[in-house]
Design a protein around this ligand. Structure first.
Ligand code: PHE
Length: 335
C-alpha cells in the first residue's frame, strides 16, 4: 500500500487509493471491522495493529498529497505565458437611444431657461383629467384609453398632470418655465407606432404676455436642435380641452427634408406628405389657470407634449417604436 501511494503522481490517483484503503469497503477498513470476529485473546493485538496501519496509511496519503500539489504548482509556473495572446475585450454598455434624445431635449430647454419638473406616475382623476377640464363624461377620455388601478387612481395617461401639480405649487412664484419628461400609460393595442407605455415630454410656460408666437418659436428652436437646422415647424388647429386655441405640431420630415420624395419614389417615413406629426400644444385654457389659483386676466401660458420615442425613431430612422423596448442587442448595439 505504501509503495503505491509513494508512486502516485496525481491528486486523482491519490484519491482513488484513499478510497481503496480507507473508504467504507477499503482494505484497512475491512481489517478494522474484522477485529470483532476474532477470538477474545487475539482481539487486543489485532485491533492495535489495524489502528496503527490506518494511521500510517493516512500519514502517507497526506504526505504524498503535499508532494503532488507542489509538483503541480511547479509545472504551472514553468508553462510559458504568451503575452501576445489576444485579451478578452470587456463588454461596454452605452446610453439607450431614447435616453440620448431625452438628454438632448433637457439640454436644449435648459439653455432656454427651463427647469425640469417631476410628478407621480400614479395619479388621481383630478390631476390627470378634471383639473384639465376633462370631466367624467367628456369624450376626450376616449382619446386616451385609461388603465384604472382603483376608482380613484390611474397610471397617468399623459404628463399634462405635471402642469397642474407644478402650477399649484408655484402659483405664487411666477413665471413658470418647465419641462416634465416621464412615462405615461394607455390601454392601447401595440403596433409599429403605438405602445401601451411610452415617454412624453411636457412643456409649460406661464408668465405675463405669453403668446402663441412664443410657443411656435420655442417649438421651432427645439426641433431644429434635435432634427437639424433646416427643420421647419407647422401648427395645425386641433382640440384639447385644456388649451385654447389648441394645435397639432408637425415638423418637416427628417428623411426627405419636407419634399415628400426620395429620388422618384414617395418618402416612406412621412408617406409622401413631407410633414411628421409630433404632438399636441396650445395656450393654457383660462379655466385651467383658475383651477390652480392663477389669475388668467394677468397671466397667460402655453403648453406642449410630445413623444421622445417618436422623435428618436425619426432621428435614427427606426420604423418600429417597439424595437426600443425589446431586449434585442443586435438592434440596440447600432446606436
Ligand atoms: N397631453 C396631450 C397628449 O397627451 C398633449 C398636449 C400637451 C396637448 C399639452 C396640449 C398641451 O396628447
Amino acid at each position: 500500500m505504501l509503495e503505491s501511494i509513494a508512486k502516485s503522481r496525481s491528486l486523482e490517483a491519490l484519491e482513488a487509493l484513499r478510497v481503496a484503503y480507507l473508504g467504507r469497503k477499503g482494505r484497512v477498513t475491512e481489517q478494522l471491522k474484522g477485529v470483532g470476529a476474532l477470538p477474545t485473546a487475539e482481539r487486543a493485538a489485532a485491533g492495535k495493529a489495524a489502528n496503527e496501519l490506518r494511521i500510517v496509511v493516512e500519514a502517507a496519503l497526506a504526505e504524498r498529497e503535499m508532494v503532488v500539489r507542489e509538483a503541480e504548482v511547479k509545472r504551472t509556473l514553468a508553462t510559458p505565458f504568451d503575452v501576445t495572446a489576444p485579451g478578452i475585450v470587456p463588454l461596454l454598455g452605452h446610453r439607450h437611444p431614447v435616453s440620448v434624445v431625452l438628454d438632448e431635449l433637457v439640454d436644449l430647454f435648459w439653455q432656454m431657461g427651463y427647469q425640469v419638473a417631476d410628478g407621480p406616475e400614479v395619479e388621481t382623476e383630478w390631476y390627470n383629467f378634471e383639473a384639465l377640464l376633462v370631466g367624467k363624461d367628456h369624450p376626450a377620455r376616449d382619446m386616451q384609453d385609461t388603465f384604472y388601478l382603483s376608482e380613484a387612481h390611474l397610471p397617468r395617461t399623459h404628463t399634462s398632470s405635471v402642469q397642474i401639480r407644478h402650477m399649484e405649487a408655484h402659483r405664487d412664484k411666477l413665471p413658470i418655465r418647465i419641462i416634465a419628461p416621464g412615462k405615461v400609460y394607455r390601454n392601447e393595442d401595440e403596433d409599429a407606432r403605438h405602445s401601451w407605455s411610452f415617454y412624453q415630454l411636457e412643456g409649460l410656460v406661464v408668465d405675463e404676455g405669453v403668446t402663441l408666437g412664443d410657443l411656435k418659436g420655442t417649438l421651432e428652436q427645439m426641433m431644429k436642435g434635435i432634427l437639424g437646422n433646416d427643420t421647419k415647424v407647422r401648427l395645425r388647429s386641433n382640440y384639447f380641452p385644456y388649451t385654447e386655441p389648441s394645435v397639432e405640431m408637425d415638423a418637416t420630415c427628417a428623411i426627405c427634408s419636407g419634399s415628400g420624395m426620395l429620388g422618384d419614389v414617395s418618402c416612406h417615413l412621412c408617406s409622401g406628405s413631407g410633414w411628421l406629426e409630433l404632438g399636441g400644444a396650445g395656450m393654457v385654457h383660462p379655466q385651467v389657470l383658475r383651477n390652480v389659483g392663477i389669475d388668467p386676466d394677468r397671466y397667460s401660458g402655453f403648453a406642449f407634449g410630445f413623444g421622445p420615442e417618436r422623435l428618436a425613431a425619426i432621428k435614427y430612422g427606426v420604423d418600429d417604436v417597439r424595437e426600443f423596448w425589446r431586449p434585442n442587442f443586435r438592434f440596440l448595439e447600432q446606436f
